[in-house]
Design a protein. Structure first.
Length: 297
């Protein structure tokens, strides 16, 4: 079965594509992404949040491929190993434009969409504003409404962080990684190193600060009146121990999105893909198996 023993192996498995000027930003931008498996049952696009990258799904992707799905896991603008130049915005709307441009470049009309953390906010934008591109929707421990992690918001203040050493940033990230796991045995040396690796340079540190500065509750509150317009079959999949994105937000989303299913994952926290990868994948596969697939109907 497909697997990655290290984050370096995962990174080396990523493909790279240059999206043209005018599609995402005023300049061409380079996106790194995993594209693996065959679409016997469809194509799943996995979206991470801040401060992670596609590697967050490293234990989940092989299980989805084994189940018969093609899986695409991009690094957002300014995240992971995608373009990190200090020359473009990283708002949720810009990330959504990047995803649409990537789907166009890969000749994909429609995907099953999974969004975690800020990737959940982007997934909501796509499901509202680009409905034909979203077959089925899964929102997991997402940034929504006006609830944002104070630690991430703090990173968005360059006067506080720009002059501080990389070691301070790494220490803060380590605290965040530990706080977002219920099973502390899952805070492995490899997971810690993999999530932190993109930010462990001056370029990476600045990119994370710029990503954090793009966090803005106006972007998520602008979606609230339109949650009811989402037409894709939807599951809200939530690690119930999350100290930042509370389960009450997930329940509220499930009540506002028509016929959405709320699926709790007990004993799992914010980094649910690492905390409980088998349970996360099983819930996702069960939802997809029991929900009409427009592509194959």
């Amino acid at each position: 079965m497909l697997s990655w023993a290290t984050w370096e192996e995962f990174k080396s498995s990523q493909q790279e594509i240059k999206l043209p000027a005018g599609t995402v930003a005023h300049i061409p931008v380079t996106i790194r992404y995993i594209d693996t498996g065959q679409d016997f049952k469809g194509t799943i696009l996995l979206m991470h949040g801040i401060p992670t990258w596609g590697y967050l799904y490293h234990a989940v992707i092989p299980l989805l491929v084994q189940a018969g799905y093609r899986v695409i896991a991009p690094d957002f603008l300014g995240h992971g190993w995608s373009d990190r130049r200090d020359r473009f915005d990283r708002s949720f709307q810009d990330q959504a434009r990047m995803i649409i441009s990537l789907l166009d470049a890969l000749h994909l009309d429609c995907v099953d969409l999974v969004g975690h953390d800020t990737g959940g906010a982007v997934a909501l934008i796509l499901a509202i504003e680009h409905q034909p591109r979203v077959n089925r929707l899964v929102i997991t421990n997402a940034v929504c409404y006006d609830r944002f992690d104070d630690d991430m918001l703090d990173f968005g203040h360059p006067f506080r962080w720009k002059s501080r050493p990389i070691a301070d940033l790494v220490e803060a990230l380590e605290v965040s990684l530990a706080a977002g796991l219920s099973d502390h045995s899952r805070l492995t040396t490899e997971f810690r190193a993999g999530i932190i690796a993109p930010w462990s340079s001056e370029e990476g540190k600045l990119s994370l600060l710029r990503n954090a500065s793009a966090l803005n509750a106006n972007q998520t509150m602008a979606l609230v009146d339109r949650h009811a317009s989402i037409s894709a079959p939807t599951m809200i999949l939530w690690g119930m121990d999350d100290p930042w994105q509370k389960s009450t937000d997930g329940v509220q989303l499930s009540n506002e999105i028509p016929e959405a299913l709320f699926k709790p994952l007990n004993g799992a926290s914010h980094w649910v893909q690492q905390d409980a990868p088998e349970e996360f994948t099983a819930a996702l596969l069960e939802f997809l198996a029991n929900t009409p697939n427009n592509k194959f109907s």
